[in-house]
Ligand binder design. Structure first.
Ligand code: ADP
Ligand code: MG
Length: 722
């Protein structure tokens, strides 16, 4: 048994990845080897149909899973779930149990596999449960494979679960995502039937998540309270060389970083996560990892694991992993590009233009449905990615703006315009093919990254939602995408059916609906530079929501119409929406409060003392010089220059001291405000801007003070030294 564990832990990099890919997961291969054939088949069918697992089957699966885990060296198991904190949670239990006669034995029952009961009261519920009924339970999600996680010197069996209250309310981020996948499937199957496509039982949504991050040497980050406490720098002057030269993007990856990446990938392969791409990003010390896309819920789970594995490996390698959206002011931030598509269980990507006119029509209907959903629910999409970190990134001049628009590319623009103006009749094969739509590879190539400024860009056979923040779980944005799509697909189907009932033939009904919706959704299409002022102007003219900060974006959840959508599609109940709103507001306010306190601490215990000391140095140097001036024959003018230098330093230090004192008052006022929205607005409108104001003075001083007096590692060191 021990040998087997050694085998897994020490797999040589010489081996082909495919030979150990997924070795740490209880995947099909492991299940087939460990479960009786009937049980394996029954489990697969149950998963496919989304039915509940019987206790009998669960018992056999639990036994097989335990044997597999123990053979690989695991001693403990945990239900692995996603509370509404944006990260994952686990509580380990040993397989070990003591029999009545005192014998030690390893046990893992079907019941333990299916259901767990973590102390739910410590997880945020947003007021959904009163404390006396603070009970929630975790329930096995068999659609996501169980896996073995390395930690310390051992392995733990992790069982992906949902987390719900005893009343069935979702206490996690995963349950609503699974519900949204069901909702969009139902609507898509219905629309396909209207289009005349039968035989599709289920439609799936897929996500391919590109993850950006920074690596900074731990010796620097450990000296920065802001990085330790908040994950982003609250102070720091821009180095003379920023990213102006853009020489980092796709440049050679430094060896030390490459070693980190290789170890991360190795761990991910063992976990069955198809890490595919790695490269340098635009900013110095910024990188990206992208696994191959998978079904949305699996992809979200895997992205959380990617983040966790990266954190562990970074720590081991002496790096701090900065996942926050904007760790350095003035330098590119990090996002999580969420590539999203929708396809049938029969293997058709519904966002793929296809080769025939029928496929083209189907593609256009789904494409326009996306536009319809994104247009109608742009504010909800913006809400789904709102966070402190992302507020600093969105709208900064190198990140997508807070305005959601969709980019289609020139070719599709032309096609939609032609359909709208009635210039083409989609029923004739020749015209469609003439437009080049069928030449997928050409189209694909043409689209890739053509408009990097768009928050929501069509890239050949998928949309790339680029505004997602690097630190957030991708569950919420995918849940929102699926839900708005479910609604849009239904609206499209309804419109077509109404025309058919009015006596129109199907093709006419489809084409008319398409034409109407192309016109109706025109405002969401934006092909220009999204970083420009023109976009801001266009947003205003077109009435597109421009929600500048998190509290503004979160207000979307108060809209009755938005709530009605989530409720109608069975994704979130009224209470669940409320609880999410409460939690996110609270997390925002607490987060800003922590940042303000950290800044105060840094100013008072590091920056002000450092500048004072330096001021002492040059004051005494000035005094000495002044008393020697006559003797050495120093001109008045020369002495005055030095006096001026000292004066500037002293004035800036005095200003910093005053502002720091003022910041105390501004920060304290937060506690006196009533209501979470009042607090959140205060954070966004008063506290954060004030922190920037103080920072400007501190950053100015950084550039005046002797480096040996300045205790904080500088941007130059963190970003340019290896
Ligand atoms: P880049 O945008 O960096 O040029 P790609 O667009 O090729 O790279 O791929 C980025 C991500 O999109 C990858 O995770 C990839 O697997 C994913 N992806 C590719 N096709 C689809 C699809 N049909 N649906 C969802 N994601 C996809
Ligand atoms: Mg991409």
């Amino acid at each position: 048994m021990q040998n087997n564990k050694e085998d897994l832990l020490s797999i040589e990099s010489k081996q082909a990845v495919s030979s150990y890919f997924g070795a740490m997961t209880f995947d099909h291969k492991a299940m087939r080897a460990r479960l009786p054939k009937e049980v394996f088949q029954s489990l697969q069918e149950t998963i496919k149909a989304g039915r509940e697992i019987t206790e009998e089957i669960a018992g056999v699966v639990a036994h097989g899973m335990k044997e597999w885990a123990m053979d690989n060296g695991a001693t403990h198991y945990t239900h692995w779930f996603q509370p509404m904190t944006g990260s994952t949670a686990e509580k380990h239990d040993a397989f070990l149990s003591i029999d009545r006669d005192g014998t030690a034995i390893e046990r893992f029952s079907g019941e333990q596999l299916i259901q767990g009961e973590p102390d739910a009261s410590s997880f945020p519920s947003g007021g959904m449960r009163t404390t006396f009924e603070a009970r929630g339970y975790t329930a096995w999600d068999p659609s996501s494979p169980a896996f073995l996680m390395k930690g310390g010197s051992g392995l733990t069996l992790c069982i992906p679960t949902v987390f719900i209250s005893y009343n069935g309310e979702a206490l996690d981020a995963k349950t609503p995502l699974l519900r949204s996948m069901n909702a969009v499937s139902k609507s898509a199957v219905r629309l396909l039937e209207v289009l005349g496509v039968t035989g599709v039982k289920r439609v799936k949504t897929f996500a391919g998540i590109e993850q950006e991050y920074f690596l900074v040497d731990k010796k620097y980050s450990a000296e920065r309270p802001d990085l330790v406490m908040c994950g982003r720098t609250l102070l720091g002057a821009l180095p003379p060389k920023g990213q102006q030269l853009e020489d980092h993007y796709f440049g050679a990856i430094p060896d030390r970083v490459l070693e980190f990446m290789q170890e991360v990938e190795h761990e991910l392969y063992l976990l069955g996560i198809p890490a595919k791409t790695r490269h340098n990003e635009v900013a110095p010390h910024q990188f990206e990892i992208a696994p191959v896309f998978e079904e949305a819920n699996i992809s979200v789970d895997h992205n959380l694991l990617v983040m966790e594995v990266m954190r562990k490996v970074a720590d081991k390698k002496g790096f701090a992993l900065l996942m926050m959206e904007k760790p350095f002011a003035g330098i590119n931030g990090s996002g999580k590009h969420n590539n999203w598509s929708i396809g049938t269980d029969t293997g058709i990507n519904l966002l793929d233009p296809g080769d025939t006119p029928e496929e083209n029509i189907q593609f256009l209907v789904f494409l326009v449905s996306v536009l319809k959903g994104v247009y109608k629910r742009a504010d909800v999409l913006r809400m789904s990615i709102a966070s402190i970190g992302n507020d600093h990134r969105l709208g900064a001049n190198e990140a997508p703006p807070a305005v959601v628009t969709a980019f289609l590319g020139e070719l599709l623009e032309r096609v939609l315009d032609a359909i709208e103006s009635g210039k083409i009749d989609l029923k004739t094969e020749k015209q469609v093919l003439n437009l080049g739509l069928s030449q997928v590879p050409v189209v694909n190539k043409d689209y890739t990254d053509r408009n990097r400024t768009s928050p929501f860009a069509f890239t050949g056979n998928k949309f790339e939602f680029r505004a997602v923040g690097s630190s957030q779980a991708a569950s919420v944005p995918n849940m929102v995408l699926n839900t708005l799509m479910a609604e849009a697909l239904d609206d499209m189907a309804d419109a077509m059916l109404a025309k058919i009932s009015a006596g129109k033939d199907r093709d006419t009904a489809i084409l008319e609906t398409l034409r109407e919706e192309i016109t109706a959704t025109k405002n969401i299409r934006y092909q220009g530079d999204n970083y420009s002022d023109a976009l801001q102007k266009a947003a205003e003219e077109r009435g597109l929501p421009n929600l500048k900060n998190t509290p503004q974006a979160l207000r979307t959840l108060e809209s009755k119409d938005v709530q009605a959508m989530f409720i109608k599609y069975g994704v979130l109940s009224h209470e669940e929406i409320d609880s999410r709103l409460n939690i996110r507001l609270e997390r925002y306010v607490k987060g800003v409060d922590i940042e303000a306190r950290t800044l105060q601490l840094m100013l008072k215990t590091l920056v002000i003392p450092d500048v004072s000391e330096y001021q002492g140095d040059i004051s005494s140097s000035y005094n000495n010089l002044a008393s020697a001036a006559a003797e050495i024959g120093l001109a008045d003018k020369a002495l005055k220059s030095q006096a001026k230098h000292l004066k500037t330093l002293a004035e800036n230090l005095s200003l910093l001291i005053d502002l720091t004192e003022e910041l105390d008052g501004v920060a304290e006022k937060l506690e006196t405000l009533d209501g979470e929205f009042a607090k959140a607005d205060y954070c966004a409108d008063v506290l954060l801007p004030f922190m920037v104001k103080v920072r400007e003075v501190a950053d100015r001083l950084e550039l005046m003070v002797d480096r040996s007096r300045w205790q904080l590692p500088t941007y130059s060191e963190m970003l340019f030294e290896h």
